[in-house]
Design a protein around this ligand. Structure first.
Ligand SMILES: [Ca+2]
Ligand SMILES: [Ca+2]
Ligand SMILES: [Ca+2]
Ligand SMILES: [Ca+2]
Length: 399
């Protein structure tokens, strides 16, 4: 009974923070109107087939319906898609992987991606190009992923539309919070088990990188986050085409799931996206995060655990590359997943709910896995959902 009341106490206080929970889909006002640059999730895990390689991935532009796989397949040629790699043990990234795309000229032809890996403040670096995987909004079969491997570095690259790998029941949680607000807490409302993201696609960028190219003086542990950037100045050509110029400014950033979504107050969400992991470590948002967690009923011990994951050394996933990852669908062995990096199969929401509620909420949101199986080989993320043939009654959506 005591535990129940502890949980209800946490739930009562959860209202302010959780009403718009997702991983990072649509988390801030400005990215809602800039979907091309709206990061949804970031992943960092060892290839279970070859633990000497790190899979780095992030996705943008959530909630693509299969019938628009073609029209919503283009990666924005004005966006700089950036992986930040930290390898000295502080909050300052030391290495960057930049991905840009040439303009999409046809729905039936790939875009050309340009991939650069560069040390901090050093120009140049390794550059190779690779085609995107062309999406189809007509075929009932998802296209085979086009994977390009750079011979010089061993880096493999994929970009295209995949199933959205995030899984969570947003309405159930909000209904539960509502029941708490109404004075009649009802845990059964969390038992729908309907994955809000099921049946929808997303634009994925994934790389398989030899760990040796990422590691530094911190040894086996690397930090990983993602940033999308645009040129500071937006223009219109004489014909009316938009284009950007000037130095790059951050549009969105993400490391640990749900930090900006759940823990940063609405009034600071845009500011958070533009800030850096060094800002995090310097305490720029610490007061706001602790304030939200305190209001959620999170105790000092669990605030400390969460701060260690997302604040002390910046909002980055931390992956220990010496921890073996094995199993199907990108790996699923115990003890090797989130908050050690993040694998597609990791139920990150349940982990965060457990920590935020001081270990009170152990059953999560009852969405325990993605709606479709992940691949067992790179890029690991599942095939895109496709328009179905007649007679198929389940399109997976669970609204
Ligand atoms: Ca986002
Ligand atoms: Ca560093
Ligand atoms: Ca999915
Ligand atoms: Ca879950």
């Amino acid at each position: 009974m005591k535990r129940y009341w502890q949980l209800i106490a946490a739930g009562t206080l959860a209202v302010a923070g959780f009403l718009a929970w997702a991983a990072d889909h649509l988390e801030a006002p400005l990215v809602e109107s800039d979907q091309a640059a709206d990061i949804a999730d970031v992943y960092a895990f060892l290839d279970p087939n070859d633990n000497s390689r790190v899979i780095l991935a992030f996705d943008v532009h959530g909630f693509i319906v299969p019938g628009e796989n073609g029209n919503l397949s283009g990666f924005d040629h004005d966006v700089l898609y950036q992986f930040n790699i930290e390898n000295t043990g502080d909050a300052a990234p030391d290495k960057f992987i930049y991905v840009t795309f040439d303009e999409q000229t046809s729905r039936s032809q790939p875009q050309t991606a340009h991939i650069t890996i560069a040390e901090k403040k050093k120009a140049g670096g390794i550059v190779f190009t690779a085609p995107t995987t062309v999406s189809s909004a007509t075929s009932p079969t998802s296209p085979t992923p086009v994977v390009t491997t750079d011979a010089a570095t061993g880096i493999s690259f994929f970009a295209g539309v995949t199933d959205d790998p995030f899984f969570f029941d947003i309405p159930a949680f909000n209904r539960f919070v509502g029941s708490v607000l109404g004075g009649a807490p009802n845990l059964n409302l969390l038992s729908r088990g309907r994955d809000t993201f099921a049946g929808y696609n997303i634009q994925m960028i994934a790389l398989s990188v030899p760990a040796s190219l990422l590691k530094g003086s911190a040894g086996n542990v690397i930090g990983v986050s993602a940033t999308t950037l645009r040129g500071r100045n937006t223009h219109r050509s004489p014909e009316g085409d938009p284009f950007d110029s000037g130095d790059f400014v951050a549009i969105d950033r993400m490391g640990v799931p749900a930090v900006n979504t759940a823990l940063i107050p609405f009034s600071r969400k845009n500011e958070y996206n533009r800030a850096t992991t060094q800002d995090d470590a310097a305490g720029k948002f610490a007061g706001s995060i602790v304030g939200t967690l305190t209001a959620l009923g999170t105790d000092a011990t669990h605030i400390g655990i969460l701060a260690n994951v997302a604040v002390t050394k910046g909002d980055m996933l931390r992956l220990d590359t010496s921890l073996a990852n094995s199993g199907a669908q990108g790996g699923n062995n115990a003890g090797a997943g989130f908050p050690n990096g993040r694998r597609p199969t990791d139920d990150v929401i349940d982990t965060i709910l457990f920590l935020v509620t001081n270990g009170g909420l152990t059953t999560g949101d009852h969405v325990n896995a993605n709606d479709v199986l992940f691949r067992d080989v790179f890029p690991f993320f599942a095939a895109s959902h496709q328009p179905l043939d007649s007679g198929v009654i389940d399109d997976n959506t669970r609204n």
